[in-house]
Design a protein around this ligand. Structure first.
Ligand SMILES: NC(=O)C1=CN([C@@H]2O[C@H](COP(=O)(O)OP(=O)(O)OC[C@H]3O[C@@H](n4cnc5c(N)ncnc54)[C@H](OP(=O)(O)O)[C@@H]3O)[C@@H](O)[C@H]2O)[C@@H](O)CC1
Ligand SMILES: Nc1ncnc2c1ncn2[C@@H]1O[C@H](COP(=O)(O)OP(=O)(O)OP(=O)(O)O)[C@@H](O)[C@H]1O
Ligand SMILES: [Mg+2]
Length: 365
């Protein structure tokens, strides 16, 4: 990405203004509250509320003619099995819709033709196998083949999304564990969602101490993580503190706890994003979020490494992804009300992004 030093410094200053301390300034709070009053149908803000829109604008790259394909992001979703084909599609297409250049899906052989049929934009690898399709004596050679194939691509990816529609077949989850170990060795960020969280909750070492891991649990997945890692029940009274302890206990991974407000922590700070949102809870919205966060984490990483700033790119990516998906959900709900579906929200990603961060805007430096 070629940008002037001045523009990079301005983006850095913007970010620092948004992120100073765990608690935002009165001015920030005022702005956020104003935004909620004007634009939100849900949410409440509070002392942990972060100025998410400024972060989103700061980490989104400029579009210009100097770029070549791939520079805005290459994402891979590891998910999709006989049972679930929608979830990996939602995650992968969302990544493209918000600006990634290439979006791959690594799924089972059964799921691949279906996912390809949804969209010609996606690059679909029919690589994974479930136990019912594999003889015991072939398991070792098939695992090796899966790993070799994924490895060919691994270092080209800016972020992996592990888990949407993956299913819970033990053989398949073993293969995915190997993929995660390789990704970690190659320093590739990972957003873990859906059945990826089922895997990680039972094998926490896969992500423990890996700062480029992002977990995006929904209410059930969060409960299972808290039970397993902290050995207690979810404490709603002291939610942010418990989230902080959880992220810390897993060695500083970033956790985005989805809900009425999204709470995000890397074990050092806790932030919340409450702006916008929709009261429709149709399945698949978390999948949009995982694909979106993957793109923003890639962009956040690029910005942070360029300007050598002391911000956590996974926190920035979660905040930006949360704000955009909540905005798109609110726009889709305005148009579709009770019949709002995940595909409607995906259709609103582009216009919502443009409303929050216009391609030619001054603040979009
Ligand atoms: N259109 C699509 O393709 C979509 C597909 N989706 C995909 O669905 C997958 C599961 O995600 P989800 O969000 O339903 O999980 P969650 O809320 O923990 O579970 C709810 C309840 O179900 C149960 N349960 C779940 N999976 C089970 C299994 N394999 N085998 C047995 N039990 C299972 C679970 O039971 P528990 O584990 O709590 O005992 C809980 O009671 C995931 O891959 C996601 O990406 C979604 O993204 C939506 C759109
Ligand atoms: N009560 C709520 N009010 C407003 N927004 C919410 C609420 N709960 C979740 N969300 C938003 O919906 C999105 C998806 O969260 P959700 O908890 O539905 O994920 P999920 O259960 O993993 O979804 P999926 O069906 O894709 O697996 C997130 O962006 C989150 O901010
Ligand atoms: Mg989910």
């Amino acid at each position: 990405m070629q940008q002037s030093y001045g523009s990079i410094v301005r983006r850095q200053q913007q970010l620092i203004r948004c992120l100073v301390g765990d608690y935002c300034s009165k001015d920030t709070l005022h702005l956020v509250n104003k935004g909620i009053r004007m634009q939100s149908v849900m949410g409440g803000g509070g002392p942990l509320e972060v100025e998410a829109l400024s972060i989103l604008r700061s980490i989104s790259p400029v579009l210009d003619s100097t770029k070549h394909k791939g520079q805005a992001g290459k994402i891979a979703v590891i998910g999709g099995c006989r049972e679930y084909t929608g979830a990996p599609y939602f995650a992968a297409i969302s990544a493209l819709k918000i600006g990634a250049d290439l979006s791959h899906v690594f799924c089972t052989r059964d799921a691949a033709p279906v996912i390809k049929g949804y969209s010609p934009e996606l690059i679909v690898h029919p690589l994974l196998e479930e136990s019912y399709n594999v003889r015991d004596e072939d398991k070792t050679s098939i695992s090796k083949k899966v790993l070799d194939e994924v490895d060919k691509w691994m270092e080209r990816f800016d972020c992996l999304v592990i888990g949407p529609g993956l299913g819970r077949d033990p053989f398949l989850l073993d293969c995915v564990s190997d993929i995660m170990r390789h990704a970690r060795r190659s320093n590739v960020p990972m957003v873990i969602d859906g059945d990826g969280l089922f895997l990680v909750t039972n094998s926490i070492d896969l992500v423990k101490g890996y700062p480029l891991a992002v977990l995006t649990p929904n209410v059930n997945e969060y409960k299972r993580l808290v039970n397993k890692v902290l050995d207690c029940e979810v404490n709603e009274q002291d939610g942010p503190q418990q989230l902080l302890s959880l992220a810390k206990s897993i060695g500083g991974v970033t956790i985005l706890r989805k809900g009425k407000s999204d709470y995000i922590s890397d074990g050092k700070a806790v932030k919340s994003v409450s702006i916008y949102g929709s009261p429709r809870r149709c399945g698949g919205q978390g999948d949009i979020l995982s694909g979106s966060v993957a793109v923003f984490v890639g962009w956040g990483r690029e910005l942070v490494s360029k300007v050598k700033m002391d911000e956590n790119p996974t926190m920035l990516g979660c905040i930006a992804g949360s704000a955009l998906v909540r905005k798109a959900a609110s726009v889709a709900f305005q148009d579709n009300k009770r019949s709002t579906l995940t595909t409607d929200i995906i259709q609103c990603l582009g216009t919502s992004f443009e409303a929050l961060c216009p391609v030619g805007s001054k603040s979009h430096v």
